[in-house]
Design a protein around this ligand. Structure first.
Ligand SMILES: Nc1nc2c(c(=O)[nH]1)N[C@H]1C(S)=C(S)[C@@H](COP(=O)(O)OP(=O)(O)OC[C@H]3O[C@@H](n4cnc5c(=O)[nH]c(N)nc54)[C@H](O)[C@@H]3O)O[C@H]1N2
Ligand SMILES: Nc1nc2c(c(=O)[nH]1)N[C@H]1C(S)=C(S)[C@@H](COP(=O)(O)OP(=O)(O)OC[C@H]3O[C@@H](n4cnc5c(=O)[nH]c(N)nc54)[C@H](O)[C@@H]3O)O[C@H]1N2
Ligand code: SF4
Ligand SMILES: [Mo]
Length: 732
């Protein structure tokens, strides 16, 4: 019997009439996949596909990339500029000229009254690089505030800081191709299958060809941990202890690379002296990994002909973020694993263009990795832009995480938010809400007018998104790739590039500094500023055409370079960007300075992401299939811990921290240990109502992943009300 199958019609995939494929790059995560958008005869988008000829993704895309074209017409898009006198008034539609004029005059008024730095700008890792460069020109060169930063402080700041401390410069030294050459990979606090699915696929491909040990360090049994050969469920925030202890074993057993250390590093004696204190017998009690495993892992790593480390937010988002990065670099330097195929310290970047903002936005410095603290750099840029170098501050101003407290104290009176949504993404939201309410003037520039921050703004600029504009991104492996302009901006929204240019016209220096009309000309300026024999960040040999031909080109790619391939690795000659040319070995002493579980708040609160959603869901929350797979805020909880508290699977609980409370649905799972819960941070009014966000002393990045909470059962009679609250944190 065929159970009626013979009568069933086969599934038919409707044919899509693509007339033309347009080249572009994904605008979500930093993997940097090349995408082709298929247009029909009427120039309507009918589909997308991964570019088969691209080195990065070789035809593949993850769920977000596959459905990305749906965001152009998704609900909530901003159509017209909006304005209101006070944030509790109703928004009125207005013209671009009026919105821009009002903003410019408000900025000037605030600066005249309270000083230039009383107006702050907070941007993002999600614009085009040319847009970042232009915003830098506007902010540093025309508006002249030093309180200018980006959401990369929530994301990559610790990696930047750690790279600078170790190697004298930012810039991830490795590439995805290192998977093909490595003999051991350690992944610290990085869940590739969900957060960087195509990098994960590259790793799996490499593993299928040639088996090598995969060691995952994560307090949670992530999808990557499930695939690991060795999983180290570390005590939160103690990675530095583990690494110190590994180096203790490596030095003691003579497994270090003496020749490399002598030739290319400085500070080994101080490092040796420090790690002498980290005998695995002692360290095990701090980091929660038993002494035999520490020794085993140290030996595997040090004996591998080439070993590499990758990491993401499990390291960066910690009070030991910058130290964690510097210590991973230490480990790789003492084992001679920098700048060689399969031997590297590769930070896996977060947002699609977090690299571009680091390189060119001038947030914490000046374009092209130049420093405000360096007189020569200030003069170089001032001369090129045609302004007085004295207009620039002599050291960087506040980081994003210090800008909000400065609003509380009244030091900052006005704020411009560009492509970031701190009302969901910052720690301790009750405090952020109060700060936004306190501002004299807030302008929000976003693709969506229903973004939470807009409830507090006075002016809203509707921005064009992704392939509605043109420009570059730099991905995790320093690959510059191009987004082509495939369709016009939605309604009366405008490319961020245009908005910055128009704003510049309203400032004195904006008449002096040249602001190119198109992004390609801005790219030419950046190329000019990047050229230089000693500079690692050299893009002077690139053109938009060459970038498309190479499906992205890695920097450095110098003027006169042949072909379309840049250098896959940095520091291959063992020469670093420090004054001596040697890398710094930095002793990292661990000081336990986090909020810890205690009697009143007995659980660690850990937070992160799921594959279907991107950040605060302004985009993926509105894309049918992304949202359908992950529609509800939830919390992972260990079944044994739940049993003790009488909490059932898929019921609602109340979480309380010292900051606030949140209601959330429980998913029982062994992924988390008994004393930890995990909540994806995508949902509004949920986990960041609870987080503390103590800051890393070097990078000012918040410890999003470590604080403590109490969990209370909600009685059956109140479950329906709890369900309503949980649903509301979805926001729409
Ligand atoms: N689908 C999707 N992909 C994304 C994003 C997204 O929102 N959605 N966002 C992008 C961005 S901007 C970023 S920054 C990346 C983030 O990418 P990941 O960092 O890989 O993702 P997270 O889930 O934030 O955190 C990773 C892991 O850190 C672990 N962790 C917590 N504390 C510690 C600790 O003390 N030590 C160690 N070793 N691990 C710890 C957590 O348990 C978690 O599993 O993803 C990018 N890709
Ligand atoms: N608890 C907890 N909190 C976290 C984290 C965590 O792991 N746990 N992770 C942190 C990290 S790593 C990050 S990166 C941050 C992210 O935090 P946010 O930057 O606040 O998050 P997004 O939702 O990406 O916000 C980007 C905004 O830019 C808009 N946008 C997109 N493209 C464009 C464009 O081209 N132009 C303009 N003008 N707007 C655009 C989007 O609609 C969206 O509103 O969250 C941080 N917060
Ligand atoms: S892996 Fe990242 S870059 Fe690639 S399609 Fe997915 S979200 Fe886009
Ligand atoms: Mo991030």
């Amino acid at each position: 019997m065929l159970f009626g199958r013979s009568k069933r019609k086969p599934i038919k995939i409707p044919e899509k009439k693509v007339q033309e494929w347009k080249y572009t790059t994904c605008n979500y995560c930093s993997v940097g996949c090349s995408i082709e958008i298929g247009l029909d005869a009427d120039k309507k988008i009918v589909t997308t596909r991964g570019h088969a000829g691209a080195d990065v993704n070789r035809g593949k895309l993850c769920i977000k990339g596959l459905l990305e074209h749906e965001l152009f017409t998704s609900p909530g898009r901003g159509t017209e500029p909006l304005i209101r006198e006070r944030y509790f008034d109703k928004f009125e539609k207005t013209t671009w000229d009026h919105a821009l004029d009002t903003t410019a005059s408000k900025i000037k008024e605030i600066q005249a009254k309270y000083g230039r730095d009383s107006f702050a700008v907070v941007s993002t890792g999600q614009l085009m690089t040319e847009e970042f460069y232009t915003l830098g020109k506007l902010t540093r060169g025309c508006i002249g505030t030093n309180n200018y930063d980006g959401n990369t402080t929530l994301c990559m700041a610790s990696a930047v800081s750690g790279y600078k401390r170790s190697f004298g410069s930012d810039g991830p030294p490795g590439c995805y191709d290192d998977f093909e050459h490595t003999h051991c990979l350690m992944a610290f606090g990085s869940n590739l299958p969900e957060q960087h699915p195509i990098i994960y696929w590259r790793l799996k491909e490499a593993l299928e060809k040639r088996k090598f040990p995969l060691i995952v360090i994560d307090p949670r049994v992530t999808m990557l941990a499930q695939f690991a050969d060795i999983h180290l469920p570390i005590t939160p925030s103690t990675d530095c202890v583990l690494i110190n202890s590994m180096m203790h074993v490596i030095f003691k057993e003579g497994l270090h690379d003496e020749a490399y250390i002598n030739a290319h590093t400085q500070g080994v004696e101080e490092l040796k002296a420090l790690v002498a204190d980290y005998d695995p017998k002692i360290a095990q009690h701090a980091c929660g990994i038993d002494e035999d495993t520490i020794r085993n892992v140290a030996r595997i790593y040090a004996k591998a002909p080439a070993a590499m480390s990758i990491w993401t937010m499990g390291i960066n988002q910690s009070t030991h973020g910058s130290d964690g990065v510097a210590n991973i670099n230490n480990l790789n330097l003492v084992t001679g694993n920098i700048g060689k195929p399969g031997g590297t310290s590769l930070s896996i970047t977060g947002q699609c263009n977090a690299m571009g903002t680091r390189e060119w936005s001038s947030c914490s410095g000046l374009p092209g990795y130049r420093a405000l603290e360096n007189e020569h750099h200030r003069k170089e840029i001032a001369d090129f832009w045609g302004i007085d170098p004295e207009f620039f501050p002599k050291k960087r101003g506040l980081a994003q995480t210090d800008i909000f407290p400065a609003i509380e104290t009244g030091e900052i009176k006005g704020l411009w938010l560009v492509a970031t949504n701190p009302m969901t993404s910052m720690p301790n939201l009750p405090r952020i809400r109060k700060a936004l309410e306190k501002l004299d003037f807030l302008v929000v520039q976003d693709v969506y007018e229903d973004v939470e921050t807009n409830q507090y703004s006075h002016v809203y600029f509707p921005a064009a998104v992704w392939a509605e504009k043109q420009g570059c991104h730099t991905n995790t492996e320093r690959r510059v790739n191009l987004i082509s302009n495939v369709l016009p901006p939605y309604a009366n929204s405008k490319p961020d590039f245009w908005i910055f240019n128009q704003m510049a016209k309203r400032f004195e220096n904006g008449k002096v500094i040249h602001f190119p009309e198109d992004t390609e000309e801005a790219f030419e300026e950046m190329k000019h500023l990047s050229a230089g024999a000693d500079r690692t960040l050299d893009i002077s040999g690139m053109t938009y055409e060459k970038i498309i031909a190479g499906r992205g080109i890695q920097w450095p790619f110098r003027k006169g370079s042949e072909g379309v391939k840049g250098d896959p690795r940095l520091y291959t000659d063992g020469k670093f960007q420090t004054p001596s040319g040697k890398a710094n070995l930095i002793p990292i002493r661990f000081i336990n300075n986090n909020e810890q579980p205690c009697n009143d708040y007995p659980f660690w609160l850990n937070s992160g992401r799921v594959v279907e959603h991107f950040h605060t869901r302004t985009r993926t929350g509105k894309i049918g299939n992304c949202n359908k797979f992950s529609p509800t805020p939830y919390m992972e909880m260990n079944p044994d811990a739940a049993h003790e508290l009488g909490i059932m699977h898929q019921t609602y609980v109340r979480l309380t921290s010292r900051r606030g409370d949140a209601v959330v649905m429980v998913q029982l799972t062994q992924r988390v240990p008994r004393n930890m819960v995990f909540i994806p941070f995508h949902f509004h009014d949920c986990v960041n109502r609870l987080t503390l966000g103590l800051l890393d002393p070097y990078s000012r990045q918040p410890a999003f992943k470590q604080c403590s909470v109490r969990i209370e059962r909600i009685e059956a009679a109140n479950q329906a009300e709890a369900a309503r609250i949980n649903f509301e944190s979805r926001n729409f």
